[in-house]
Ligand binder design. Structure first.
Ligand SMILES: [Zn+2]
Length: 328
């Protein structure tokens, strides 16, 4: 197959740090974190000196722009494994400089677009992620996503991206039209923390509302999830409690994923800062939406449920639903 490059690229600066003509067809994607909220230009400058001895095929900037440093026909020097980089398209994504090396929403969205494009152009019909290193590096069960930490003593791609590789695969597969069944039905292993923001969240003995309620969480506590079903945060997503008590909804109406200390301090929907989401919070949201009150930075963080950068009528409605504990 003739190699092509992504039409999504808006900046190109070819690095000398590459091996001409890869020796293996592209069948793998390796996503890295930059450890810096950099632009595609900065990344181009980083990879440009030959003394750097490093590159990637693509980079995603903090602003969602996509850069190219090594054409897909050539092997990048990216993952501390020649054999991996001969078969993989490597992508560096702008990230925070500290654990969990979070990626912002613009870069994440651009990454999904880029990975989808790479799969389409290279005939990768389905992305398969595994949390088992052996399956990844040996490409068992169709596994075709690898990570830098498999080949070097590094945290790359950082826990933020590592913990989302299952979601990334699901979303890309949905776009490729091959993942619908997977997306809805497959169980992904994962381990992360959620803070329950709902006042009375059902625990069920399976991943769905058709399963019996076997308990309730009322303490707004932090819980460890060990398996997920569906797209975390969306309606219809479920998480298995590490305690073994059962499954809870992972809809963002009811739980907040804890990714770092900074984000865990704000409870989504809690506008008056009393640690729970009630009708009082919905009232404040309505006042803000109507322009009768100006939100503080904390309130904006807590009250912008749909992520559009402001607190609108949509957000007020969402908070009211959270307070009422509907649909779980
Ligand atoms: Zn890396």
């Amino acid at each position: 197959m003739a190699y092509t490059n992504s039409p999504l690229v808006s900046y190109t600066k070819i690095s000398p740090n590459r091996t001409k003509n890869r020796n293996h067809a592209i069948d793998t994607v390796t996503i890295h974190c930059v450890v810096g909220q950099t632009s595609v230009q900065t990344l181009g400058d980083v990879f440009y000196p030959s003394s750097r001895q490093a590159s990637s095929n693509y980079g995603v900037g903090y602003d969602g722009k996509i850069g190219m440093y090594v054409e897909e026909k050539d092997r990048s020097w990216c993952s501390s494994s020649a054999s991996n980089d001969h078969r993989a398209v490597t992508i560096e994504v702008a990230s925070d400089t500290t654990h969990p090396y979070a990626v912002n929403a613009k870069a994440y969205a651009a990454l999904l677009d880029l990975v989808t494009d790479i799969c389409k152009r290279n005939g990768i019909k389905k992305l398969v992620w595994s949390t088992d290193k052996n399956k990844r590096i040996n490409h068992l069960n169709g596994c075709n996503i690898t990570v830098h930490r498999d080949y070097a003593n590094k945290s790359c791609p950082g826990d933020y991206l590592y913990n989302r590789l299952g979601e990334i695969a699901s979303e890309v597969n949905k776009r490729l039209g091959t993942g619908a069944a997977d997306f809805n039905n497959s169980i992904n292993s994962a381990e992360f923390l959620v803070k329950v923001i709902d006042n009375n969240l059902n625990i069920r003995n399976g991943a769905g509302t058709s399963y019996a309620v076997v308990g309730q969480i009322k303490d707004h506590g932090t819980y460890t999830i060990v398996e997920t079903k569906g797209m975390v945060g969306q309606a219809g997503s479920w998480g298995k409690l590490k305690s073994g008590k059962g499954w809870i909804s992972l809809n963002y109406y009811y739980v907040q994923r804890i990714t770092s200390q900074a984000t865990s301090s704000v409870i989504k929907g809690d506008l008056n800062g009393d640690g729970k989401v009630t009708a009082a919070d919905a009232r404040i949201a309505l006042q803000i939406a109507a322009g009768l009150q100006k939100p503080t930075a904390e309130q904006l963080k807590a009250g912008d449920i749909d992520g559009d950068g402001k607190i609108g009528a949509n957000d007020a409605r969402a908070i009211l639903r959270m307070a009422a504990g509907l649909k779980k």
